[in-house]
Design a binder for this molecule. Structure first.
Ligand code: GLC
Length: 574
């Protein structure tokens, strides 16, 4: 198959429109319900488009709305070319696409093709050892000398992300299949070219339907290590996804996908989620000359507040460490490739609770300051639903409060392994994905305007204070600040393209950096702490005649920053 858009200029050239875009992520299940079943739906998204246009974002990314048994809230797809009745119909989606385009925004689908659901027709067929689709997934016999299906007979000792083993026994064929997330998410075998062609066809179908690109789920896991693809076990190793990510054919598969689907067409945007990808991998994959992806999501900065490869193993995160990591990615992709910028998404606890201070005194300033820092970096910023008005972590204190497959599995395994319940609950309260998945708080009414029914997940009780309606009315709100940041990116070439330089790398409170383009220099100074901070003027230079471009506080002391105060200043280049 070749692209239908040969006349369009490729976006991999360094001036792709997405370099000035801000993307907004929607987790449909928790966004807006319209039919009263307590679960968000596509008509609900359409009903909120004016709000998103008012915020000023350019692109909407929808977490999966395809047919799915919902083992992992839609990241387990049983039909790539249909919408799950929970969310509506294909006609609803067509309407959403048209209504999004009518407001000058674009719509990106989540592409989950490292694995399917175990209910997908491809997998159902693959269960039969004689079927032509047997090789579409990874099937293996029991470990030598073991009775298939008995404890310890799995082909190797690898754990799944959300289950005790990466291998699930299938009694009918007497073999095991690979599911590195959960048994409900069997991994596709990308070595098989029929698999790749089927995925390309499906993607083309969506592009022809009008979608503007793809956010690609765990896309650096599609090429598996040679040991595994040649029939052996998963190599034991790094822990996390280290042992299985960034396989030898990753670049080949991505370039082929780009070519076959026509992903370089000017109007499209691609972003690959890549756990375990280093800046070197990202530079390769996003180098325009290689025509693979426009940008990737790194995990490095969201893995810094853990003491081992397990996210549940909590550790403090000193500011210098976080700053250094973002700076490393800025520098690594300064001359080739492109960064994506995020603190929040559907897999992370709320940024204001995690990196900021969600107490009543500091929530608004810290949400604004975190946004200032992120949006002033070079790259494409991603806003996650509710982040734009400072939604916080939910008060989840008992295991009954959780629903996420990852959280529940961790609780089961850790408590069975002897970790005290209290410690497990503390880890969950800090890191569970459920914090991101509470319903969007539209207003102060009982169910926060999310549903007229019973919400599938409890609405955060702080919605009486923290909600979109209140934020929209207040010119000093987090929402208003996000609007300004988005406008600044649209208006300022320096914000989009300026060279990044980190200042004060060791400062424990202040995050400071410059962005420079030709003779314009912006200086960002942000106090990322709940105490005032003296501005080290000897190191920053004379700021007397600096012009304030954007700030979080009306009263400004020339020599110090208030708690969680940030300023963007236009300074003289020397
Ligand atoms: C990605 C998704 C996450 C999902 C996993 C498996 O990390 O963001 O929500 O559970 O992939 O599809």
């Amino acid at each position: 198959m070749t692209t239908d858009h040969p006349a369009l200029a490729p976006t991999s050239r360094p001036d792709g429109w997405w370099r000035s875009a801000v993307v907004y992520q929607i987790y449909p299940r928790s966004f807006q319900d319209t039919d009263g079943d307590g679960i968000g739906d596509i008509p609900g998204i359409t009903s909120r488009l004016d709000y998103l246009a008012e915020l000023g974002v350019d692109v909407l990314w929808l977490s999966p709305v395809y047919r799915s048994p919902q083992v992992d809230n839609g990241y387990d797809i049983s039909d790539y070319q249909d919408v799950d009745p929970l969310f509506g119909t294909l006609a609803d989606l067509d309407e959403l696409i048209a209504a999004t385009h009518a407001r000058g925004m674009k719509l990106v689908m989540d592409l989950v093709v490292n694995h399917t659901s175990d209910q997908h027709a491809w997998f159902t067929e693959s269960r039969d050892p004689a079927s032509a689709k047997r090789d579409w997934y990874y099937w293996r016999p029991a470990r030598e000398g073991h009775e298939p299906g008995t404890p310890g007979a799995e082909p190797d000792d690898s754990r799944a992300a959300f289950a005790p083993s990466a291998w699930t026994y299938d009694p009918a064929s007497g073999e095991y299949y690979l599911g590195i997330f959960s048994p409900g998410q069997p991994d596709l075998n990308w070595e098989n070219e029929d698999v790749r062609h089927a995925v390309h066809r499906m993607m083309r179908w969506w592009v022809d339907r009008g979608v503007d690109g793809f956010r690609m789920d765990v896309i650096n896991l599609i090429s598996k290590p040679a040991a595994l693809t040649s029939g052996g076990p998963i190599p034991a190793g790094a822990g996390g996804f280290g042992a299985i990510a960034n396989g030898p054919r990753l670049d080949e598969f991505l370039a082929e996908m780009n070519r076959e689907v026509g992903l370089d067409a000017e109007h499209l945007i691609t972003v690959g989620e890549m756990p375990g990808a280093t800046v070197e991998v990202a530079r390769r994959v996003t180098d325009p000359a290689r025509r693979e992806l426009n940008m990737v999501f790194t995990f490095e900065h969201v893995n810094l507040d853990q003491a081992s490869h397990s996210k549940w193993d909590l550790a403090d995160l000193p500011l210098p460490v976080l700053k250094a990591n973002l700076a490393h990615w800025q520098e690594g992709l300064a001359d080739a490739g492109w960064n994506s910028l995020y603190l929040d998404n559907h897999d992370q606890p709320r940024a204001v609770s995690r990196f900021g201070d969600d107490s009543p005194e500091h929530r608004v300033s810290s949400a604004k300051t975190l946004a200032t820092v992120l949006h002033l970096h070079k790259g494409t910023p991603y806003v996650y639903q509710g982040e734009e008005f400072g939604m916080t972590n939910a008060p989840l204190t008992r295991i009954e409060h959780y629903q996420d497959v990852e959280s529940l599995n961790y609780h089961t395994l850790a408590t069975a392994g002897g970790t005290p319940e209290e410690e497990v609950l503390a880890s969950l309260a800090a890191k569970s994905r459920d914090h991101a998945r509470t319903p969007v708080q539209w207003d102060a009414t009982d169910n926060a305007g999310f549903t007229t029914g019973t919400p599938w997940f409890a609405v955060n009780p702080d919605h009486t204070e923290i909600n979109a309606e209140a934020a929209r009315r207040d010119p000093d709100s987090v929402f208003a600040h996000f609007q300004r940041l988005i406008r600044l990116r649209h208006d300022s070439e320096t914000v989009r393209e300026g060279r990044f330089a980190l200042l004060l790398p060791d400062h424990e409170q202040i995050w400071a950096f410059t962005r420079t383009l030709e003779d314009e220099r912006l200086l960002v100074v942000a106090n990322c702490s709940s105490r005032p901070a003296e501005l080290p003027l000897q190191e920053l230079g004379e700021l007397d005649d600096a012009e304030l471009v954007l700030g979080t506080h009306a009263d400004r002391d020339p020599g110090r920053l208030a708690a969680w105060e940030s300023r963007v200043l236009r300074v003289r280049t020397l």
